[in-house]
Ligand binder design. Structure first.
Ligand SMILES: *[C@@H]1O[C@H](CO)[C@@H](O)[C@H](O)[C@H]1NC(C)=O
Length: 125
């Protein structure tokens, strides 16, 4: 019985490795659109991204559409997701970056108005 399960897992893994890459290639990656505007949050491979991200790339990039359609750009300073003020954290409203709740005492901010619900954040520079 255990052997059967193992075989099944192997087979599923093999299937995934064979089909996976092909599936990814269904999107045509267009050349970078340098004057484009990042769309946050954006969906890429069934994941949601709230900021520029690095995925098998040298530089961080973002999608220009809500769901990635091949339109993209590398992020420069002004493209990165911005803090959203004011935002709710626990029972307080914050109008600035805060160290509250950060294990390292570094200032952070929420990228949406409702941190409690969304839990999307970044460190402030
Ligand atoms: C996606 O974004 C690009 C660049 O901003 C735009 O030209 C294109 O029309 C958008 N596609 C859709 C389906 O909205």
């Amino acid at each position: 019985m255990a052997l059967h399960v193992e075989f099944l897992l192997l087979w599923v893994c093999w299937l995934h490795s064979v089909i996976g890459p092909e599936y990814e290639e269904t999107i045509t990656h267009l050349p970078e659109i340098k004057d484009g505007k990042c769309f946050f949050p954006f969906y890429y491979r069934n994941e949601v991204f709230y900021d520029c991200m690095k995925l098998k790339t040298k530089h961080k990039w973002c999608s220009l559409n809500e769901t990635y359609q091949g339109y993209w750009k590398y992020c420069s300073e002004e493209d990165f997701a911005k803090c959203v003020f004011p935002f709710w954290y626990r029972h307080m409203i914050y109008r600035d970056c805060t160290e509250d709740g950060d294990a390292f005492g570094k200032k952070w901010c929420s990228l949406t108005q409702h941190y409690n619900k969304d839990k999307i954040w970044k460190y402030c520079d």
